[in-house]
Structures are given as C-alpha cells and as structure tokens.
Design a protein around this ligand. Structure first.
Ligand code: TXA
Ligand code: MG
Length: 326
C-alpha cells in the first residue's frame, strides 16, 4: 500500500524514490501526477504498467526551472519563453521538438515532447532535487483524474510507494496542451489557459480548426496620436457644426478639421482643410492636428468613411479623439 504523506514532509523521500527509478505521486495545481525520472526508460515503463495506459499515448515532462527545458527539447522557439514568462509555473503544457536524451517510451515514439512546469512548490522541489518527471494524471487509464490524494490511493494505491498529499488541486482540470511545433500554434487540449490568453501572447492560435487572432503591434494598446487639447470626431458636418457652436459658446476656441468639400457649410467658423480625397486626408491629418493644438482649445475632426485607406486613417483619428464622438 502507498503511504500518503503531507507534501512538505515527503520531498526527501520522493527524491530518493525518483533517483532509485521508482514512481511517486505528486500534487500539482491541475490534478495529481504519477511521475518517474523522464530520462530513465525503465522507470517510465512502470507508469504505463501501473495505469494500464496504452503505449501510444505520450507523457508530459514536468520541469522545475526553465533551464531544464533545454535537456528535454531542442530548437526551442522564442514563443516558448514568452509563454513561460506569462504562464509558468502554471496549467500549460507546450509541445516542443524532443531531445535525444528523452527515451522513446516517454513520447510514444514521436519526435515531440510536452513540457510543463507545475505550480506546486513541493513538486518542483522534488524535480529540482532529482530529475524532470515524466507524468500522466495519477489515475488508472480511462478513470476520473484525481484532485485529492485519496483519489489516487483508491485507484493506484497498490502500485505506488508514496503519495505526496498537497490537498485539493486548485485548478482541478488538466493543463492546456499547446503544440508549438506546427506552423500555427495549435491547442490540442483546452484548459485553464484559454485560446484568447494564448493569442494575446502569440498573436494567433488555432483551436479545433478555428483561428483566434489578437492584434499585437507593439504599443497599440497605449494612448497614441493624442493632441494636447480636447479632441472629438464627428460623423457628419451638421454634427460638427453643432459641436462647434456649443464649444464656442463655452469659450473653448474650437476648430473643425475636415475636407475642403465642407468649407462652404462651415463658413464663419474656424476650419483647417484636409484637402479633398482620402489620400489628402491621410497626408494632412497630423499636420492639421499639430496646427490645431497650438491655436485652438477644442478640435472636431471629420470622420472619413469608406473602404481602402479610410479604416486605417480612422484607426489613428479615433485614437486621437480617445474614442469621443459628437
Ligand atoms: O495537468 C496536466 O497536464 C496533468 C498533470 C499531472 O500535469 N497531466 C496530464 O497528463 O493530464 P495525461 O497524460 O493524463 O494527459 C496528457 C495529454 C494526453 O492527452 C497526451 O496525449 C497529450 O497530453 N500529449 C502528451 N505529450 C504529447 C505530445 N508530444 N504530442 C501531443 N500530445 C501529447
Ligand atoms: Mg489523464
């Protein structure tokens, strides 16, 4: 029978067992893991035997420090380190190209390997004190994953010597599995770290054939293109005129920045021309805003509608106005 020992008291014993090629059950934030020295094919084979797991289902390798990833994987892309910074330790497994040091039994003969840094300090102490741990969830194959030490004892108590008891698992479902060896990062198993969270870091990920994209140009989330004085946009000239007259009544020294075609309607009001075409508008807009912020206290910009460059120009103009419209 397995001994269930409080995780903090079981670290040394677990290290001994791993070094001796034995199995240990360790807590993680997702579910309990059934671990063995990932570099030891004979030790890893015991995992498959204990679980009754099919040999063609690869195991995740658990690490304690990012340095250890280099022993497990090769050609590690920068994206891995970007994700690590954000999500590790945590419930994310990243599939990378396997290193020759990892025996085939871990990866079910494949040339890729799953790498994950569990968010449990005692699990990481064991790994740091022994070896990276190849580990699946600590349940019999096809049974429910364990989120308490007792669950493991019921399922695997006869085939393991030590269960480190870390209490209930905080996350409670298995890690997100993300493949970084494909052209587009691909989620193989959804989890606590969602497609959107990953797309925020990577720009795009694919999940179940769907592509999730997040605009990632650096700086786009910060305020940009902002004049030093209050600025709004107006969808048409009537609204621009109304806003102008209200602002003038409040002594705000308003100006309308618009295309030349509105000059007649704006007669008697201060006006800066952007030329006539969309290209003119793009070419002149920043200069107009420079002038306006020096001379005026309130800027009303005509919105440009249409296809082609209009949306790109309006991307800057809406930012300049902080999204304020009249
Ligand atoms: O949260 C978790 O990931 C837990 C804890 C213990 O870390 N582990 C876990 O392991 O759920 P397991 O073996 O029950 O599930 C691992 C999943 C399997 O679906 C497996 O096929 C997939 O990850 N997997 C592992 N290595 C892979 C690889 N190289 N390529 C593709 N899929 C892989
Ligand atoms: Mg499992």
């Amino acid at each position: 029978m397995a001994r269930i020992i409080k995780a903090e008291l079981a670290v040394d014993r677990a290290i001994e067992l791993v070094k001796a090629g034995e199995l240990v059950v360790f807590p993680t934030e997702t579910v309990y893991g059934l671990g063995a020295n990932a570099f030891d094919a004979r030790a890893v084979a015991k995992i498959f035997a204990a679980k009754g797991r099919p040999q063609d289902n690869p195991l995740i390798v658990h690490i304690a420090t990012l340095d250890q990833a280099k022993d497990i994987a090769v050609d590690i892309p920068p994206a891995f380190y970007a994700l690590a910074e954000k999500f590790m330790p945590g419930p994310l497994t990243v599939i990378l190209k396997k290193s020759d040091k990892i025996p085939d039994v871990v990866t079910a003969g494949g040339d890729t390997v799953g790498v994950r840094m569990p968010d449990n300090v005692y699990a990481r102490k064991v790994i740091a004190g022994s070896f990276p741990l190849a580990a699946p969830s600590a349940n019999r194959s096809k049974h429910i994953s364990p989120t308490l030490a007792e669950h493991v004892e019921e399922d695997l108590g006869d085939s393991v010597k030590l269960i480190m008891d870390g209490g209930p698992c905080r996350v409670g479902i298995e890690s997100t599995v993300l493949d970084l060896t494909t052209d587009m990062p691909t989620i193989l198993r959804p989890g606590y770290v969602t497609a959107n969270m990953l797309a925020e870091e990577l720009g795009e990920v694919s999940e179940q054939g769907k592509i999730i994209r997040v605009a990632k140009a650096p700086g786009m989330k910060y305020a940009h293109y902002c004049p030093a004085v209050e600025t709004v946009t107006a969808p048409d000239v009537e609204r621009a005129i109304k806003a102008y007259d209200v602002a003038r009544a409040q002594d705000k020294r308003p100006v309308v920045v618009a295309r030349e075609i509105w000059h007649e309607s704006l007669r008697g009001r201060e006006f800066i021309s952007l030329g006539t075409t969309a290209e003119d508008y793009a070419r002149n807009i920043y200069a107009a805003l420079h002038t306006a912020e020096k001379r005026n206290g309130y800027i009303i910009i005509e919105e440009l509608v249409g296809a082609d460059i209009a949306p790109s120009v309006m991307n800057r103009v809406f930012k300049a106005a902080g999204g304020k419209r009249v």
